[in-house]
Design a protein around this ligand. Sequence first.
Ligand code: GNR
Ligand code: NI
Length: 187
Amino acid sequence: MAIREILEVPDPRLKTVSEPVTVFDDELRTLVEDMFETMYDAPGIGLAAIQVGVPKRVLVIDLQPDDPDAPPIECEHNGHKHTHPATRKEPRVFVNPVIVDPAEELATYQEGCLSVPEIYADVDRPATCRVKYQDLDGNHHEEAMEGLMATCIQHEMDHLEGILFIDHLSRLKRQMALKKLQKLRAA
Ligand code: GNR
Ligand code: NI
């Protein structure tokens, strides 16, 4: 496993339209492992492959990264009680995802992006949707999304089309955000 470098604006590679995955091999597994490690290290709740420079239609999401302060979980198996550290990780992988049935109703979240560091802005997106996707073995699935998950997967899907959350802002707000980022970098 390895932490990979996250591309940041204005890297032109972030504007790439990513290619579908056709081969479900160890190279794909290694990419996904590295994406999780990179996302948890950042930390972030989602990551698209193009953010580490790989133009493939692959996303990872974990809305509940590890919380080291969480109380340990007590369990009982076959009459044996024990405790283990609370790992609240809920890692999800989406290969070749497609959004279907986006709701007309919109939800507003304050979004951020690991490729646009330290900039946050409200974005409206369909409040719910369904997602068709493949897993690491190439098996097909379909799932309903709501809340932060719906927002996050739409943010990640945008990356596969070369779109960033700041592209949803007015030109003025986008320019203000990019100027702020330039200033932060200079400091
Ligand atoms: O870590 C992230 N947080 C986030 C917050 C609100 C909406 C979307 C996101 S995704 C972002 C990580 C990222 O840049 N994924 O592409
Ligand atoms: Ni992002």
